[in-house]
Design a protein around this ligand. Structure first.
Ligand code: CTP
Length: 406
């Protein structure tokens, strides 16, 4: 995707066993299009060599404020001035304490203190033993760093290098990459709570068989991610799909259309936006058998009859109508032909302000898509692109519509 194209990141390493993850992180940042300048403390060099980081970043690594390679001998100024962000990963407990006190007795802390605060954000990925992370001194330092404008990423939980188990390990490189990409996205949805449905539903015929469809859930998951990146609180109600939950998104797994309706009704009270991307099965077997339906040897086929499933989107649009704090509802339409006409008709039928049309067979399971945004004044096309790029555009568009609504 090259989500970090054009970004220059100063990656600072401090002393901790999580330095081994910084190598992978550096590589991931470069793969995503960033240029990376590595700065290491002496303690970090006990855990990983500058040679490794130089090879991965393709740049000379800095470690000393007395580095004579800089013509003015001021690496702490020169290195920070061109950065779009300084990311400390791992950031040790000791280094956090240094930042809090504004100490500047090595190149990395000196550079953090000397950076232009308005243009060069400081982000830290803490990494330490669970007792250190829980210690009141560290708690105080985290709070102080946040109030000083530092972005403090979460820590992971689980097995630690010391053999203990708990909170404090550094996030995995792919998690940090996602958090950094999110950091740079415009915060158009701050204060909003976005509820998204995604994926297919599964309607049981018997305990081992059912009816479903080819929806992969990718578009809905991309929308959940984009909404989170834009600063919203996000709840994702997902049908049976095997996709990873986007960072920071609350996920509720469901199976059938009725399960999905119940989950949506429960979560809708707190939501301000509802985006229905799920390919909900229109019908379900009237009776799901308690036991597996067996062949009886006669060649007779089971006689299935169907009943219609509840229309989740239409129900939410209807129940929020006339409310003082109406839920802004966005529908999707998966069509096989006549996209514009079908999407326009579906928008009116569902009673929603915005309906997003796409050609089902051309998008199910794919990583890219093309969207047609249909509202009361006409239609606008979002040209073929990755689902994540389209999701970001749709979220920005929805935010504009919501602020126009007041
Ligand atoms: N939808 C829903 N509940 C349903 C059916 C659809 O919430 N029981 C939502 C979908 O999530 C989507 C929109 O309604 O946002 C349109 O879904 P689609 O399957 O395209 O339309 P249908 O209403 O099923 O109409 P048809 O199958 O006749 O095209």
């Amino acid at each position: 995707m090259n989500d970090l194209a054009g970004k220059h990141i100063v990656l600072g390493l401090t002393g901790g066993i999580a330095c081994y993850k910084a190598a992978e992180l550096c590589r991931a940042l470069v793969k995503e299009g960033a240029t990376v300048q590595v700065v290491m403390t002496q303690a970090a060099e006990q855990f990983i060599t500058p040679v490794t980081m130089q090879a991965l970043s393709n740049r000379t690594v800095y470690g000393s404020q007395w580095d004579a390679r800089e013509p003015n001998n001021m690496p702490h100024i020169n290195l920070s001035r061109e950065a779009d962000a300084i990311l400390l990963a791992p950031c040790s407990a000791d280094f956090m304490a240094k930042l809090v006190q504004g100490r500047a007795d090595d190149l990395l802390s000196l550079m953090c203190l000397a950076r232009p605060m308005d243009t060069v954000p400081l982000l830290i990925a803490p990494a330490m033993n669970r007792e250190m992370w829980a210690h009141p001194a560290t708690r105080r330092n985290v709070a102080q760093l946040v109030s000083d404008g530092t972005t403090v990423f979460d820590v992971g939980t689980g097995d630690q290098a010391c053999g203990e188990t708990g909170d404090g390990r550094m996030l995995e490189p792919n998690e940090l990459l996602d958090d950094l990409i999110a950091f740079f996205q415009p915060k158009t949805m701050l204060g909003q709570h976005v509820l998204v449905t995604a994926g297919p539903t599964y309607e049981a015929i018997d305990p081992v068989r059912g009816i479903t469809n080819l929806s992969s859930g990718k578009m809905g998951f991309a929308i959940a991610r984009a909404a989170r990146e834009a600063g919203a609180q996000v709840t994702l109600v997902a049908g049976p799909v095997s996709l990873a939950t986007p960072r920071g998104v609350h996920r509720v797994d469901v199976r059938s259309a009725r399960d999905m309706l119940h989950a949506v009704q429960e979560k809708a009270a707190a939501a301000t936006v509802f985006i229905a991307t799920a390919a909900v099965a229109d019908w379900r077997p009237a009776h799901a058998a308690d036991q597996k339906i067996k062949k009886d040897g006669s060649g007779a086929t089971p006689q299935l009859s169907f009943v219609e499933n509840p229309d989740i989107l239409a129900a939410m649009a209807q129940s929020s109508r006339g409310q003082s704090r109406a839920l802004y509802c966005v529908g999707f339409a998966a069509e096989s032909e006549d996209l514009l006409a079908n999407a326009q008709a579906k928008r009116l039928r569902k009673g929603v302000p915005l309906l997003v049309g796409n050609i089902g067979p051309a998008t199910f399971g794919q990583d890219d898509n093309a969207l047609l945004l249909v509202d009361e004044s006409g239609a606008r096309e979002l040209a073929r692109d990755s689902k994540l790029s389209l999701a970001r555009k749709l979220i920005a568009d929805t935010a504009t519509r919501m602020s126009a609504r007041g």
